[in-house]
Ligand binder design. Structure first.
Ligand code: ADP
Length: 555
């Protein structure tokens, strides 16, 4: 812009200067012409008066200084005298315009240009009373001639004009552009510049506000988007059309062990090259959406990829990664549970069928019949407790069918259960010691009773003769702790973490003699979780086991 302004001003000044120079030259030339003619007029008057009084005209005319050309022409056009040419060689002058004009109106003027000499001749003719014509002529250089003479001066002036115009144009361009360059675009209306810029500045201010508002709305949307995606437990990845990551939330970054700020902009395969991810993406490209299962470490994820389409074209892909480890584990557990249930039901039933068959066929001796009936009774009882345990577990799984929580005195439950199991303890030669503070917890009486029953039952079952069982109830740190400890056979470390699994029994062959379903501790754990309590088991082989259930205290 500065250059354009410079050249505009510079060329305008130059053209103006040149035009002005030309006009001045022409004006001067015309003034000069008038001046020449008036000088020639007075000279002609002077010569005429000299002729009037001269004795010999030729002598008089010859005596005059030869600054101008003097010509005396007869009435018929014959040249009688000429101070610069031989009259015999001059032709008849009656056709000369100035002579013809003088003859008709008394005075005649004319000027003629000599192209060869670049000279212009000025003629002034005066009609004398006797009919002759006196002509005075002077020659001057033409405009071109004058220009030629003036050329060095004109060139000097021309260069001076160029330099001055350039300097002025530079200064003017700088002065014009400077306030524009100094405009504070952050605050357009605060600028004191040209009045002509006011509409532009007003519109800039309006656009600036519009941009600020739009930016604020966009950042708000971005903040909302980030807040939503960052708080998602699911992994979220947004890809552009070339599968480059536009956004990735914390969960997704954590799953793939990446740093969001470092992977944004990179290709999704830089994040993970698993076949599952590629499969899901491929499917989504062909069918609009795709999914696959991805296993990372101990966790299993479901990858869902969906194409996002703009008004008409494809805009990118959204990938959701859901942690389905619990679901997979639950499915696995359900499968194992069904297999175990069938197996556990089949074992006593086979036994019952066998004894019943012998008795039906009358193969059993009379003295064995009572023993076989006793076996059938024991297996049927085992079957019954198994079925009861399964029902209990399914009730616990179906949380909706549970009754409301009430305040339950846990001391009373512990004492009651121990009293009921006293005969069993006596039979096993195990002493039962109850040391309970009078504490209550929030819960369901039936479930609490089952917890205590299962724990004390195990403590008696897996004890040694002359062993002991201790049931304690005390409060600590806003908790109510119920502990059942025994001096029994104990559980080795490798089994400690597994005894809460459904149907898990430590030593099946040895446990054959000890009745049990392998569901007791899973019922305890499930029940405790339902009541918001935690379970802890500590055991040492040959020394004993302590199971502690920690309930939240009542406020
Ligand atoms: P079960 O019906 O077999 O008692 P549980 O789920 O109650 O089933 O217990 C699972 C297994 O844990 C038992 O088979 C047993 O091997 C072991 N166990 C449970 N309690 C004790 C304990 N107090 N002392 C030693 N082993 C125990």
């Amino acid at each position: 812009m500065r250059k354009r302004i410079f050249w505009n001003i510079f060329l305008s000044s130059l053209i103006a200067a040149l035009l002005l120079g030309g006009v001045v030259l022409l004006a001067q030339y015309s003034i000069f012409e008038n001046l020449v003619f008036s000088e020639l007029a007075s000279e002609s008057r002077y010569v005429q008066s000299g002729l009037d009084s001269a004795v010999d005209e030729n002598t008089y005319l010859s005596s005059l200084p030869s600054t101008s050309r003097l010509t005396l022409i007869d009435a018929d056009g014959t040249v009688l005298f000429d101070n610069s040419s031989d009259t015999t060689k001059l032709d008849n002058h009656s056709d000369r315009p100035e002579v013809a004009e003088a003859k008709s109106i008394g005075i005649g003027t004319s000027s003629r240009f000599s192209e060869t000499q670049l000279i212009k001749n000025f003629y002034y003719a005066r009609l004398l009373p006797d009919g002759r014509v006196l002509r005075v002529a002077s020659s001057q250089k033409s405009v071109l001639g004058m220009i030629g003479t003036l050329l060095p001066t004109m060139l000097a002036v021309f260069f001076a004009i160029i330099v001055i115009s350039a300097l002025f144009a530079r200064f003017a361009a700088k002065t014009i552009v400077q306030p524009i360059n100094a405009l504070d675009l952050e605050n357009p209306l605060g600028n004191v510049a040209y009045d002509e810029l006011a509409p532009l500045l007003t519109s800039m201010e309006r656009q600036r506000r519009e941009i600020i508002d739009r930016m604020a709305a966009l950042s708000e949307k971005q903040r909302e988007f980030t807040a939503v995606t960052e708080n998602m437990r699911e992994g979220f990845i947004l890809l552009d059309t070339s599968d480059r990551m536009l956004a990735i939330n914390g969960s997704a970054a954590q799953i793939f062990g990446a740093e969001p700020s470092q992977v944004v902009g990179a290709h999704v395969l830089m994040l993970n090259r698993s076949v599952a991810l590629q499969q899901a993406l491929e499917q989504s490209r062909t069918a609009g959406s795709g999914q696959a299962t991805l296993v990372r470490g101990a966790s299993t994820y479901q990858v869902l990829a969906s194409q996002v389409t703009g008004s008409q074209t494809q805009a990118g892909t959204v990938i959701l990664i859901l942690d389905i480890s619990d679901r997979v584990a639950a499915e696995q557990m359900r499968r194992e549970f069904s297999a175990n249930v069938s197996h556990e039901l089949k074992t006593p039933l086979t036994s019952i069928l066998g004894y019943a068959e012998i008795m039906r066929d009358g193969v059993a001796k009379a003295e064995d019949t009572k023993r076989f009936a006793g076996k059938i009774y024991t297996e049927a009882s085992q079957l019954m407790s198994l079925i009861e345990d399964i029902i209990r577990l399914s009730q616990l799984d179906e949380k909706t069918s549970l009754p409301e929580f009430t305040t339950v005195n846990l001391k009373e439950i512990c004492e009651d259960v121990c009293q009921r199991l006293q005969p069993q303890a006596d039979k096993a030669g195990v002493s039962l010691n109850v040391n309970c503070a009078n504490l209550s917890v929030r819960g369901i009486p039936k479930i609490l009773e089952e917890i205590v029953l299962n724990l004390v039952d195990n403590a008696i079952k897996y004890n040694t003769s002359n062993g002991s069982v201790g049931v304690t109830l005390k409060s600590s740190d806003n908790r109510v702790d119920l502990s059942v400890s025994d001096t029994g056979i104990g559980i080795s470390d490798e089994h400690v973490s597994r005894v809460f699994e459904r149907f898990y029994r430590v030593d099946r062959s040895r446990n054959k003699q000890i009745s049990g379903t392998g569901l007791g501790l899973s019922i305890v754990k499930h029940s405790a979780e339902t009541l918001g309590a935690t379970v802890q088991l500590q055991s040492k082989i040959g020394i004993g086991t302590t199971v502690t259930i920690s309930f939240p205290a009542i406020d």
